[in-house]
Structures are given as C-alpha cells and as structure tokens.
Design a protein around this ligand. Sequence first.
Ligand code: LMR
Length: 333
Amino acid sequence: MNLKNLLFSALAASLVGGAACAQAPIVIKFSHVVASDTPKGKAAERFKELAEKNTNGRVKVELYPNSTLYKDKEELEALQLGAVQMLAPSLAKFGPLGVKEFEVFDLPFIFPSKEVLYQVTEGPVGKSLLQKLEPKGIIGLAYWDNGFKVMSANKPLHKPADFRGMKMRIQSSKVLDAQMRALGANPQVLAFSEVYQALQTGVVDGTENPPSNMYTQKMHEVQKHVTVSNHGYLGYAVIVNKKFWDNLPADIRKQLEAAMKTSTSYANAIADQENSRAMDAIRKSGKTTIYQLTAPEQAEWRKALLPVQTDMEGRIGKDLIASIRKLSSASGK
Ligand code: LMR
C-alpha cells in the first residue's frame, strides 16, 4: 500500500469509527428466566423487534432467556444496580423486594376468569401497584399474562389430602407458602432454573406452574402426574431501571412505550393458546397422566384454599383483596 492509499484508509477508518461512535445504539439488556418458546419469551422477542424497528436501530435489545444471565432473585438486584435494564419477573417476585401487595396475584382462586384478571392488570388497581415499585428505583411498564397453574407430582393429586407431607417447590412468596401449607404440603423455595433437577433427583416431590413453563422446562418428563387445578395465577410485570428510563431521550422513550404496548397485546393474546399447546404436547409425550378435577374435588380444593385469602389480609391489605373480590362479584363469577 502506498502512502496515499494508507492515509486514505486511515482517514476512512476514523470516519467510520467516528460515525459508529456517534450512532452507538442504546442497549437494553432484557433478562428473563423462562424459555424463548413461552408467552413471556415470545413477547420479549416481539418487543425487541418493534423497539429496534421503531427507533431505526437507535435502540438495541439484547435478550437473555432461560436464566442465562441471572436467576430469580439476582435478576431484580441486577436491575436495581443497572446491570440489566429490563426484566419481566413473575408478580410473586416483588414480595421479597418489600412490595408485598403484589402477592395478591398469588392468592388461590382470587381470579374467577381472565376477564377479571385483565380488569385488575389493565385498570386502576394494576396501575397503583406498579407505582409502588418506583421508590425501589423501578418503573413498571406493563403486565404480561401467562396463565392459571397446574399441580404436578409423581403421584396423583386429586384431593387436598393427597398433598400431605409432599415437598412442593414454590417461588419465594409467603402466599404460596401458606397455600401449600393449607394443603398439608411442605413448601420449598427454589429458583426456577433449579426446579427440573430438584424434581429429577427427588429434592422436591412436586411443583406448580402454568403448562407452558412445565413443558418448556421438561418438568413433565420427571413428573408422572399433572392435575389441571387452575388454583392460582402466574403473570408478569415488565419493569425497567428507573434511572435508565428517565434518562432516555423523550422521543426514544415514546417509541419504546409504543413497542411495549403492542408487545403487551401480543403477550396477552397468545398466553391461553400457548398454554393449551403446551398441555397438548405434555399429553402427547405420554410421560405424564393429566387429570381434570371433578366438581366435588374442585369444591374440596376451594374449601381448603379459600381461607388463605382471609389469612393473608394482614400482609397484603384487606382493601386490595376486597377490591378484587368486588370485581369478581360484578362479573357474576
Ligand atoms: C417460577 O419461578 O416458577 C416462574 O416465576 C417462572 C416464570 O418467570 O414464569
């Protein structure tokens, strides 16, 4: 290369470098604990696609599914420290952070239908709950649905008495702890990423989750029985680090809000179908017997679990629980 060409390439490289520097994208690290092929995983992918498109590449969203970056508890600490910018933890995860009111979502049989659930998450109750995260340095952007939970174990779970003495994995939630105790089980808190192995090795006997999580973590391969109990709910809050969010250029924030709105509608639209698809896949695998509770069994489960709603009033707030009960009565369910 002669001197003229050398100078030219050096100049070109510095111009390219300078341009790349001036246009360095804003990176959003979005960490979560479930598989990509779940309602949350798919909605996160949709958000990435829309956020990057809406901002013409000024924002880059890096997705870290399946606890590749952080496990349950570490995730929230990382967000507060600004090591990741966005998460979508299950609502149960906010209790240990000190925002106990979120455990209302864990109460057994609190939502008679998705209709009532959406009245809560899309209405004033949901909004005021998200606002409680701000003093923790967190902004809540949206709720993403997953679904109602099933119970699983290596023995049939038809009646509350079948739970007696069983070690059941739960998320770290006082309400879920009380729920399992009300069934006579022995609750064990474990990170989501550890559940499969704990079931496989017998560290715990059983667990609860919506079918989409059960199937994508292959839990059905180490659980011989699943009971479709729909006894509780699992959903998420999409959250961001407040400082990061507040410092974004206003136009970018607006485009990201629009991307979040569309991906939220998408998440909520696919949740039920993804869970039915997972249930079919579990059935087809032939590894697990799926049991549908009869009406008298359902009544027994309700009798055992409904007192948890009242027992938890002191922790979660009587008025909050009452406001959801009111929506349920108004819906006629
Ligand atoms: C669990 O820990 O069971 C769930 O919260 C996992 C998830 O994020 O769906």
